[in-house]
Design a protein around this ligand. Structure first.
Ligand code: SF4
Ligand code: SF4
Length: 409
């Protein structure tokens, strides 16, 4: 099936809409339609856990339900990637017993309208429109980046025993300097052509005392399409933070760790009150087991060849079109994997003595030839990262959120 853009001027001529996808784009799509006074009939999601629930007062339905109850709907396929959109359409078709047809669109115009007219980001419009086009049309370009995290702090309200960021075990926790965070994102944007999503991560990012300043600084980067911030669902920031998220179109990704994430409903209400896009992070139900803290600090003492195997089988790494699932911006650098930053925070490696494999300094050095683009490609194409030696292999999942007994900060 060929999924074309849905032009805005045709929206009102359509009967009813079902949004396929309950992730970030699905919620953005809902807000965009509602801003145009169009109420979708349902969400459709292929994940059985999220079905028969309500998302922002819209019912989430199974594929089977959707195929039988809404086959005359216009399906808005809320996914960035072409191949994922095609898979979604195939799933729908498979569930239509008579192999019928349906109308499916990808709403690039809708997103463009929403981000430019509804979200008040202080951006250069022409650059931003170009960013949106690049993000959704998937022009084959190494400098169109799928996603990157931005490391903003290590303070947290929780002390998860198996914290992927090793927060409970850090000798010192701090909030990263806000000017340095913004300069790092700006430097990264001088290298790349577009980034689909930047995600601010901690610790608990909402604890950062200058989170509003950080949000505002990053939203000025026109090469960034979407910005999200992760919270563990235990902390309600003051209203200024919600106002900033609403104004800049920053989405809140709420992780839910069973009993410990006790403020999820309150957070969701606040988001609705202030018009903030939010969604619950389904993946947060499980953590990855990276090994004991001592194994992570000391490494597994594998050979270089063994670590190549670890790297190539890592569930986070895909170098196709620079889709680098665990990359991170921190302290003037972009790292292919966030374990660099975590291990440096832990004191297990020294950032200042690293050999340059798998990362690039994103701040321009005026005294040197500016070859950041070349270094960026080298970082993506490296065959193995030295920090892979600090990861347990094979990677396994464990339940999320088990707490150590002393309190966090
Ligand atoms: S919520 Fe838990 S996993 Fe997340 S940063 Fe805090 S301690 Fe780590
Ligand atoms: S250090 Fe290597 S194995 Fe560990 S998460 Fe990063 S890329 Fe994967």
């Amino acid at each position: 099936m060929n999924i074309n853009d849905l032009p805005l001027n045709q929206l009102n001529s359509k009967s009813h809409f079902v949004i396929f996808g309950t992730g970030h784009l699905g919620v953005v799509c809902l807000n965009a339609l509602r801003a145009l006074k169009i109420e979708p009939s349902a969400f459709c999601d292929s994940n059985p856990d999220s079905c028969n629930t309500q998302l922002l007062n819209v019912t989430v339905k199974t594929l089977q339900q959707t195929a039988s109850e809404h086959r005359d709907a216009v399906f808005v396929i809320a996914a960035f990637r072409h191949d994922v959109r095609d898979q979604m359409c195939k799933l729908l078709l498979d569930n239509m017993k008579d192999n019928g047809t349906f109308e499916a669109y990808f709403p690039m115009s809708l997103f463009k309208w929403y981000y430019i007219n509804h979200v008040k980001r202080p951006i250069i419009l022409s650059e931003f429109e170009d960013t949106i086009r690049r993000c959704f049309t998937e022009e084959g370009n190494d400098y169109n980046v799928d996603t990157s995290q931005v490391h903003i702090n290590q303070h947290c309200t929780l002390l998860c025993k198996h914290c992927s960021n090793c927060v409970p075990y850090l000798p010192v926790r701090r909030h990263e300097n806000s000017d340095e965070i913004i300069a790092t994102v700006q430097g990264f944007c001088e290298i790349i052509d577009s980034v689909r999503t930047l995600t601010l991560v901690g610790g608990e990012g909402l604890l950062h005392p200058e989170i509003v300043k950080i949000m505002e600084g990053i939203t000025k980067c026109s090469k960034v399409m979407a910005i999200t911030i992760v919270t563990n669902g235990t902390w309600i920031p003051n209203d200024d933070v919600f106002i900033a998220m609403s104004r800049f179109g920053i989405a809140l990704r709420i992780s839910g760790y069973k009993d410990v994430s006790d403020k999820i409903d309150e957070l969701a209400s606040k988001c609705i009150e202030f018009g903030v896009v939010f969604f619950r992070e389904a993946r947060s139900n499980t953590f990855i087991n990276y090994g004991t803290i001592q194994q992570q600090i000391n490494g597994f003492k594998r050979t270089y060849e063994e670590n190549i195997i670890v790297f190539n089988n890592c569930i986070y790494i895909s170098r196709e079109h620079t889709r680098v699932g665990t990359s991170i911006l921190a302290r003037g650098r972009w790292y292919l994997c966030d374990r660099y930053v975590i291990l440096a925070n832990l004191g297990a490696i020294d950032e200042n003595t690293l050999d340059g494999t798998g990362f690039v300094s994103v701040i321009k050095n005026v005294d040197k030839q500016d070859d950041r683009k070349k270094q960026f490609l080298n970082a993506i194409m490296c065959e193995c990262l030295p920090v892979c030696d600090h990861c347990k292999f094979p990677q396994t999942v464990i339940p999320a959120g088990e707490q150590l007994t002393c309190s966090g900060s």
